[in-house]
Design a protein around this ligand. Sequence first.
Ligand code: ADP
Length: 362
Amino acid sequence: MALQPSNLRNALASIIDHDSGKDIVTAGMVKDVQADGDNISLEIELSSPESPLQERLREQIESAIRATSLECKEVVGSIQISFTADTRSANERIREETNPLPGVKKIIAVGAGKGGVGKSTVSTILAVGLSRQGAKVGLLDGDIYGPSMTTMLGLQREETIAQDNFLLPFEVHGIKAMTIGKLVEPDKALIWRGPRAHSAFSQLALQTKWGELDYLIIDLPPGTGDVPLSLAQLLPLSGSVIVCTPQVVAQDDARRAVRMFQELGIPILGLVENMSYFVADDGKEYDIFGRGGGEQMAAAMNVDFLGGIPIHPDMRVSADTGEPLKNWKINDTMSKAFDNMCSNFISSAESTTLDPPTLSIS
Ligand code: ADP
């Protein structure tokens, strides 16, 4: 009779991995075990393809299996051991192994120190603009207390479809989108507190069939209170974007938002200054709220500046009519500003790696 799987497992568990100090079963190094009659083949994963421990491990595994087979009086024929290596960085490994959305390359939250600064507008322009540049993008309206994407994306007539316990995202304007606004009456969501709000947010993020995405942009609730803070911790975020307006009086709020993400150990990809300036029909630019305040604050806080988004009545109209792509038709200066913000976002997102949090907030 061949060796029982439990005996084989015990034999392997008697071998200690030199690097982790754990046995090779607990350390997750045994990736595959196959028995074909008396013959056994194993796949063992090492931390590096050139590991000097390979030959020693091979001998240890063979002798542990043969010793067990003698003890159990079972015959073991050949023992084939193949070695593989996990070449991902420790950081990538942690993210991939804890990522509940493995098809999504980067989950990015958009936050703001307070409401009304254009966080949802910037999230939408970012999502649609990244898709215009060829990225696969999802947009989650995570502002569960004031969802605005039904209007901003023109989803009023779209039907909500569920498939195998998953919601299908709305495919509009070149992106995939989901909002709580299509699932409950907005005034019902407003009264949710604590765990109920958390579970609505998680379900919306995790039970939507996003498929393969380069970026999932999450429009967080405004502010730095308990709700945005705890929602920002529910998903493995790769980064965050902060939206502010130029006025000096708005900068304290933006600073608080920067600190919130820093304290959570979530990299800040950059700051966007919305309502930065007005571009008139003749192309002349007017600084209404004191353009540049956001850029200065970003520099002072050592955060990248992703760009300034002009203020224009047609932007309000495209938001109200659910036609975000029309923003690119307003004038050349504005479409360049949107594209510039998206390009800066991509450079920042692709060059940022997630460092382990320095401070954890529970
Ligand atoms: P927040 O998400 O921060 O609460 P919104 O994105 O919902 O803010 O914007 C609030 C209002 O301001 C909306 O009516 C929106 O259309 C308008 N708005 C935002 N940014 C601009 C802009 N740059 N130009 C004109 N209107 C804007």
